[in-house]
Design a protein around this ligand. Sequence first.
Ligand code: GLY
Ligand code: MN
Ligand code: MN
Length: 510
Amino acid sequence: MTDVPATAAEESASESMTTRGEGRSRRPDSDAFRAFMASGWGERITMPLERLGAADYLPARALTAGQPFAGQRLVVPAGTFKVRSNDCDYRFRAHSAFAHLSGLGGEREPDAVLVLEPKESGGHEAVLYFKPRASRTSKEFYADSRYGEFWVGARPSLEEVTTQTGLRCAHIDTLRDALAKDAGQVDIRIVRGVDAHIESTVEEIRTQAGLPVGEDARPEDERFEEHLSEIRLRKDPFEQAELRRAVEVTKRGFDDILKALPRAVGHRRGERVIEGAFGAVAREEGNGLGYDTIAASGNHANTLHWIDNDGPVNEGDLVLVDAGVEVDSLYTADITRTLPVNGVFNDVQARVYQAVLDACEAALARANEPGCRFQDVHDAAMQVIATRLREWGILPVSVEEALSAEGQQHRRWMPHGTCHHLGLDVHDCAQARREMYQEALLEPGMVFTIEPGLYFRADDELIPAEYRGIGVRIEDDVLVNEDGSVTRISEDIPRTIAEVEAWIAAAQGR
Ligand code: GLY
Ligand code: MN
Ligand code: MN
């Protein structure tokens, strides 16, 4: 399907390459046709609109977001469509800072902009600018494949989004004037790199108002982006509940993977069978995947971001699956389980798996101690990993030397970090300053992963042959409670050797 131009005049006009693709079909465009298309419609058949769960939290988020930028106008674009190829776009997914401050999930709302407008009384008011659905008398109604009701369904009205979010809403066509109002007296900040059109509008307004532009405005813009990342480090109760739900449905995805394992073994691209089984649950139960699923069997597990998933799944191998469902509010889980394909770990696999599990437990225990900094959790896991590698005769230096800043030899077999914040992004809060992230104390409301691993590549000549080709990661999602203790919110997803073997047996009716 494609929308097309129209008039005879257009059709006879000399074609430019940019419009050539529009010539595949013919659409009537007479006044009579437009009038016909606008007539004869009854009440729209729509679902009743309910207030979003996030709505109660939006005023507090706006207040915190604006707090260091008193008197400034703060612009947070949702972003626009990204072309996948030719005239096909990817599904729209809003920038996470926008999703956080608007509460809008799913595919809402392309080209929208959230503005934190400074109030005379202090603080900011969040105003949401977007393109509401056009009337049925418009050409957009039937002829616009990106926004038209015939093509993408009835988009919401301003009033409907106010009902859902509690935010004041305004038409996107009024945004420019709203941004330009009092500019000069009011400075403007924008999250860069999200929507080039909005960014250039802001630059124009800054120029006209004599405000710093371009590189002169960059440091303050980036401070704003950094702040928006940092205010998400601690999750509010709504976010915590959404993350728990994301983990819950991710477990269902893993359950279906186990059921699909026999079919995966019989398929030349068994890893794709696993990927597909999880992906179906992600779309059925949530918005989709939080990130591309890693389904890595045998030696593929040692390629950390193995997302080709085009290999076989062989009996006797381990298959590492790193997958997370992003729920409709856009919060995602991030879970890894490493599964024995035939349901039972052999001795070497069990030895490696248990070492990784011990590292998980050590990291969790450290996180539960008072005064734990984020980076201490990683250090606790590395102590175990280095110790086991030394016991197995693999680590060529002492544990102490390996753990020193100059050593780090154990990282050959565990090259990634053990923890990252989790939320709207799988690697959430990535723009936060180091002192707010790695060096910060764990605080209530933080949600992060614990995900040590051991990766023994098939061509690694520094390890005994029996380890080669084995890769194991175990990844859990944890929440810091109000009392400072830590809960593994993925505790219902089996992970000890006995639990995993029993889980596979039960899923396959054995
Ligand atoms: N799934 C990406 C990660 O574990 O960080
Ligand atoms: Mn992770
Ligand atoms: Mn992961």
